[in-house]
Design a protein around this ligand. Structure first.
Ligand SMILES: *[C@@H]1O[C@H](CO)[C@@H](O)[C@H](O)[C@H]1NC(C)=O
Ligand SMILES: *[C@@H]1O[C@H](CO)[C@@H](O)[C@H](O)[C@H]1NC(C)=O
Ligand SMILES: *[C@@H]1O[C@H](CO)[C@@H](O)[C@H](O)[C@H]1NC(C)=O
Ligand SMILES: *[C@@H]1O[C@H](CO)[C@@H](O)[C@H](O)[C@H]1NC(C)=O
Ligand SMILES: *[C@@H]1O[C@H](CO)[C@@H](O)[C@H](O)[C@H]1NC(C)=O
Ligand SMILES: *[C@@H]1O[C@H](CO)[C@@H](O)[C@H](O)[C@H]1NC(C)=O
Length: 397
């Protein structure tokens, strides 16, 4: 192979293996765990599992899940029960059968949640007669409720998914849980330097849309008070419905931790996204700095006000200006070919202090600026540039 082909080969290898594990995707290949998978997502345990680097999931098939669901526990209690089935250590099927002294206690995500009293967040794993392996909650009168059935997936030593025969009973995990106190978004923002933005949300009624999205996962980027103050003349110029779009543009209807933002460059839909009106922006990170790029300007994340899954609130140093409401820094491309120099110069302008605020640009008409090609072109450019730098890196190795 030529060096270039070798580089490309390593590149492809990198692309295919550098992704962290995704429990939802792993279980999706096994329909017998579809209910379990569904509830891992609903309880937000899936993203917690994906964030951990060394973890074992004791999977329950649909029959075992239906007996658990028949207890009609609340979603929050169900989360505790399911988190008891996630061990914060790696157990491959081999290690299971080679436990020192034939029995061990291991910690779970229920323990890690802080909701488990005493030692109720621990699981007893015991090698039984005939090569069987038993599992039971530590606080369960010494009962070993379930046995190991089979290995579903193993990625040493990141994630192991093992099927067990039935739910691990635990009075503590099944104890009724109070719903977590409702997160009051505008209050959180008001108390931490984003009062002006919170007030705009309330005055425009946009706060309702933000609140409706919290349970399902919400990321908010709030411009700080001085930033909003400078922006007010422009804001006042918008019609009522454009004001709402302008505000909704600062919410993304999924939970995105800082770690996720740092590892996921790409386009984000927002609460303002609606059919042809894309109202999206691009997350771009450079080392520790995460920026949000629209066609019009670039903002920077300067801090985190609140991180309590499913809600995370960041503060940013500029108001995000969507191209649907403001003129892009440059006229939309006439030809579909993405020009490198064009994107570069746009980048420069966008990065220049304050010049990103297009002082002379009035709110654009309702119709969407037609530079869809620009979006695709930008992605292509990034991919090519990333591939080039990786190739060079590999060649230098
Ligand atoms: C295990 O996780 C680490 C960190 O996320 C990752 O770099 C590594 O590629 C993963 N290993 C496998 C085999 O996927
Ligand atoms: C995990 O996989 C599911 C299904 O393929 C996908 O919807 C989800 O976005 C993935 N999660 C992450 C964090 O990549
Ligand atoms: C195994 O048992 C021996 C003797 O009872 C004890 O000294 C040792 O600490 C045990 N090891 C573990 C890992 O529990
Ligand atoms: C696990 O449970 C079994 C059966 O109740 C018990 O004999 C064993 O001592 C327990 N193991 C640990 C480490 O507590
Ligand atoms: C949030 O708190 C404010 C007062 O701090 C209150 O006026 C408002 O109704 C609360 N909003 C929600 C959705 O609970
Ligand atoms: C507001 O709109 C008017 C009329 O279109 C325009 O002259 C003025 O410059 C705009 N002001 C700002 C701050 O955008």
């Amino acid at each position: 192979m030529s060096p270039a082909t070798t580089a490309l080969f390593f590149l492809l290898l990198l692309f295919s293996t550098s992704n962290a594990h995704n429990i939802t995707r792993i279980l999706a290949k096994h329909p017998e765990f579809s209910t379990f998978n569904h509830y891992l997502t609903l309880t937000h345990l899936a993203s917690e599992i994906n964030r951990r680097e060394t973890i074992t999931v004791l999977a329950l098939n649909n029959a075992a899940m239906s007996s658990l669901l028949s207890k009609q526990l609340s979603l929050y209690t169900l989360k505790n029960v399911l988190s008891l089935h996630v061990l914060v250590d790696y157990f491959g099927s081999k290690k299971l059968h080679q436990i020192t002294n034939g029995t061990a206690l291991t910690s779970t995500m229920f323990q890690a949640s802080g909701a488990a009293p005493g030692s109720s967040g621990y699981i007893n794993i015991t090698d039984l007669k005939g090569g069987k392996v038993g599992f039971g909650a530590e606080n369960n009168d010494g009962n070993i409720d379930a046995v190991y059935v089979k290995s579903v997936a193993e990625i040493p030593y990141n994630i192991s998914v093992l099927q067990i025969s039935q739910v691990l009973n635990s009075a503590e995990a099944e104890a009724p849980t109070a719903e977590p106190s409702k997160l009051n978004l505008t209050e959180i923002m008001s108390k931490q330097g984003c009062k002006a933005f919170a007030d705009l949300l309330i005055a425009s009624g946009a706060d309702a849309t933000f609140n409706e999205n919290i349970d399902g996962g919400l990321t908010v980027f709030c411009p700080t008070d001085p930033v909003i103050k400078d922006f007010m003349p422009k804001y006042k110029n918008l019609t009522a419905s454009k004001k709402v779009s302008q505000l909704l543009y600062h919410g993304v209807p999924v939970y995105q931790s800082m770690q996720m933002l740092k590892s996921n460059n790409g386009i984000m839909n927002t609460l303002a996204t609606d059919g042809a009106n894309k109202y999206d922006f691009t997350i771009q990170n450079d080392g520790e700095v995460v920026t949000l790029e629209t066609k019009v300007m670039t903002a920077k994340i300067t801090g985190t006000l609140k991180d309590e899954e499913p809600l995370i609130v960041y503060k940013i140093n500029k108001v995000l200006l969507p191209r649907e409401l403001y003129k892009p820094v440059e006229a939309p491309a006439e030809s579909p070919k993405p020009s490198k120099s064009k994107s570069k110069s746009k980048h420069k302008i966008a990065d220049a202090p304050e010049s990103d605020a297009p002082a002379e640009s009035d709110p654009a008409d309702d119709q969407t600026a037609d530079n869809d090609n620009g979006v695709a072109g930008l992605d292509g450019r990034r991919l090519v540039m990333g591939m080039l730098s990786l190739c060079i890196g590999v060649l230098l190795m």
